[in-house]
Design a protein around this ligand. Structure first.
Ligand code: COA
Length: 702
């Protein structure tokens, strides 16, 4: 074996040459890897004793893609397109020996090879869309030459991975089998030595149908991008795949090189790349001693069989963790478990789950009416309604009965976790785990650290969250934690906009144009207006419009009226003229002048105060990082992913501009001191800095 550089080496096995790359953790295709590969390939191509070349990776996976940290920096030659081209055109047949996940650029390297061999558990995919990009290393040009443009488009726009079996079926893989990719690659290479071969870029027959008639491709493209208005990458992917059959190969590649540069520089891809790293960073807990280990969570219990409890139980069952659901009466339990069953049945009906998978999951969910059934679980999640006394009574009981080492958690969305923990003898084992509805779908879990929660408990809640496919984010204990505390600011400003004459539809349309899937008032109607009303009454914080609506008995969808009107059973509301009359009455009574707002003005008014609250959350250490706040909003509150989250967005807008607007809001609404810019926001704005820079500085300081 000889080294080309510290990441790439070459070895010879008779007439087969092997290029072996070792760039932990995931063999990202950074510059040294590309350069080494090209040199290794040239060396083997020039060796007359070598008749075929295998490309393989050490460690846990074949290349997981281009090195994302290099995006946005000047391109270093050979860049990906060129490196792959050199391998493809080296004059000898090449075999990609794939294990783990060959993603993005990794899959593209494999497509540049003449043949692809996959071990059984290997997967391939083009996830660039998730980063706001396209597979410009030849993925959108070579893959259509193997499986046709339509199948390629589906993969590019979904970012889904293909299993080895499916890859073989489609014609992506030439051979599947074995556990050792290098051995499999060499064995396959021996079978093709001396046979004629055609580089993938020169295979044209799979393009013929689309070249003759592109109607099917166009229809598919329209369907797959129907919900992608305003997003650059989906449209760029469509165009790039279409170019595979409308342009000569080299021309299409040159165009992709230009397109990818524009996408990389654009704010949407920057936002998505930010989230890629932010979601991984959120798992790290600053200051956590290295020897802290998460406890194993093999069984779980959920207290409360309501919608939330059922959704949480489904999350555990889906991850293979047996879970006991406890409710006080058989009737409540049956209702809850029936709802779980109905949810699964819907998935089976839609084809997103098999009947066997449903049965397996249901078998992992058991019910009990005696809380003692929860005592043996490794992790208990309480998910009853938001009432401090009820929760304290439950935890007093659980604290006494649960096995030592059991993690006790509450799914409270705003209550003081320290006040709950007071009833426990082992408050160090207690933590908040705030799930989001529908809990079987939504990715976010706020892991709320109480004053006495141990590092081990936090680590366990984080690990358990990840084990059930969630993205857990640590939050400090305060009213509303990270997400709901910021949401409260938005709700307050929505109420103010209504009082000043913006209609529910105008506000919701502005939010949707910004990228939220639903507007705040449609969401309020869907969730039920009585919940917020109840909380406001308890806190003594009236919202004149919202309160007047509730006083009429209009609680949203469930009563047929709220901010909108709903025909029986309808989810889409129509304008509610009674609300307009009510606004006029309230505004008249309070002497509030009516104004007109455009979308930008409404967005600034509802989102700048939300960002301001985010800054306060950072000042107080409620969130560890600005990027954690972004992860919360994207995964729990519908902030558009390609918008990066509130703190990323604030940096894009510019903090000085936000401070100036907040000063203006504070001046027109002096009764609300929360509108004044937070000290951190003001300081960063004054020095021309950003939340991202602030976070980097803090990370450097440790
Ligand atoms: N470039 C640079 N770094 C990468 C990377 C890439 N393409 N892919 C992963 N990494 C880094 C991660 O940031 C992480 O770093 P950290 O340990 O400092 O946090 C580390 O590699 C391990 O990744 P992680 O995602 O934590 O491991 P995993 O086993 O859960 O998942 C992958 C592995 C490959 C499936 C996943 O990392 C992934 O999807 N990567 C991106 C693939 C991609 O989009 N490729 C196309 C790029 S155009």
């Amino acid at each position: 074996m000889s080294s080309i550089n510290d990441k790439v080496s070459v070895r010879r096995d008779g007439e087969i040459g092997v290029i072996l790359v070792d760039n932990p953790p995931v063999n990202a295709l950074g510059h040294a890897v590309r350069d080494g590969m090209v040199k290794a390939c040239a060396e083997l191509a020039a060796d007359p004793a070598i008749h075929a070349i295998v490309v393989a990776c050490a460690g846990r996976t074949f290349f997981a893609g281009a090195d994302i940290t290099e995006f946005g920096k000047p391109r270093q030659e050979p860049w990906l397109q060129e490196a792959i081209e050199r391998i493809e055109q080296c004059g000898k047949p090449t075999v990609a020996a794939i294990h783990g996940t060959a993603l993005g650029g990794g899959f593209e390297v494999a497509l540049g090879c003449t043949y692809r061999v996959m071990v059984e558990r290997a997967q391939v995919g083009l996830p660039e869309i998730h980063l706001g990009l396209l597979a410009a290393g030849g993925g959108t040009k070579r893959l259509p030459r193997l499986i046709g443009p339509e199948a390629t488009l589906k993969l590019c726009l979904s970012g889904e991975r293909l299993s080895a079996a499916r890859a073989l079926e489609l014609g992506v893989a030439d051979h599947v089998g074995g556990e050792d990719p290098i051995a499999a690659g060499i064995a396959f290479a021996r079978t093709i030595v001396g046979k004629p071969f055609v580089p993938v870029s020169e295979r044209e027959d799979k393009l013929a149908a689309a070249r003759a008639d592109s109607a099917a491709f166009d229809a598919l493209a329209a369907k797959l991008t129907a919900r992608a208005a305003g997003q650059a990458a989906p449209h760029a992917n469509v165009e790039s795949v279409r170019d595979s059959f409308t342009l000569p190969f080299a021309e299409g590649m040159a165009k992709d090189a230009r397109t990818i540069d524009a996408l990389i520089a654009g704010s949407q891809s920057r936002a998505l790349r930010h989230l890629f790293f932010a979601e991984r960073e959120a798992a790290r807990i600053p200051g956590q001693p290295a020897d802290v280990q998460a406890r194993r969570v093999r069984t779980a219990a959920v207290i409360g069989a309501g919608t939330m409890g059922g959704g949480i139980a489904m999350s555990f069952a889906g991850a293979g963790i047996p879970v006991t659901v406890v409710d006080t009466t058989q009737e409540a339990l049956d209702r809850g478990l029936d709802r779980v069953r109905a949810n699964y049945a819907t998935s089976v009906k839609r084809g997103s789950m098999t009947q066997a998978a449903m049965d397996e999951r249901l078998a992992r969910i058991s019910g009990a009416t005696d809380r003692a059934a929860a005592a043996a679980a490794d992790l208990v999640v309480e998910a009853v309604f938001e009432d401090m006394d009820v929760k304290r009574e439950i935890f007093a009981d659980l604290g006494a009965s649960a096995a030592p080492g059991t993690i006790l958690s509450s799914n409270t969305s705003a209550l003081d976790v320290d006040a709950i923990a007071e009833v426990l003898e082992r408050p160090e084992d207690f933590v908040g785990m705030h799930f989001f509805a529908p809990a079987n779908v939504m990715k976010l879990v706020e892991v709320v650290r109480g004053a006495r929660t141990s590092a081990e408990t936090i680590a366990t809640a984080m690990a358990a969250g990840r084990a059930i496919g969630k993205i857990p984010v640590v939050a400090g204990n305060c009213d509303g934690f990270i997400g709901n505390r910021m949401l409260a600011r938005r709700s307050q400003e929505v109420e103010r906009l209504l009082q000043r004459g913006a209609t529910p539809r105008q506000i919701d349309e502005a939010a949707k144009a910004f990228g939220f899937p639903m507007g705040p008032l449609a969401i309020a109607d869907m969730s039920g207006l009585d919940v917020g009303w109840f909380i406001r009454k308890r806190r003594g914080t009236p919202f004149p419009i919202a309160d007047a609506i509730c006083e009429k008995g209009w609680f949203g969808q469930k009563t047929g009226a709220g901010y909108y009107r709903y025909e029986a059973g309808a989810r889409e509301g129509t304008d509610n003229p009674d609300v307009a009359a009510l606004v006029a009455e309230v505004a008249g009574r309070l002497g509030i002048a009516q104004q007109r707002f455009d979308n930008d003005a409404m967005i600034e008014r509802i989102l700048f105060p939300l960002v301001n609250e985010g800054a306060r959350i950072l000042e107080e250490g409620i969130a560890y990082r600005a990027s954690d706040i972004d992860v919360v909003w994207v995964n729990g509150y519908g902030w558009p992913r390609h918008g990066g989250g509130p703190m990323f967005w604030a940096d894009e807008v510019g903090l000085a501009a936000i401070v100036a607007r907040l000063d203006a809001f504070a001046a027109d609404t002096p009764e609300d001191p929360s509108l004044r810019p937070a000290a951190l926001l003001r300081t960063l704005a004054a020095s021309g800095s950003s939340f991202a820079e602030w976070q980097q500085d803090r990370a450097k300081q440790g």
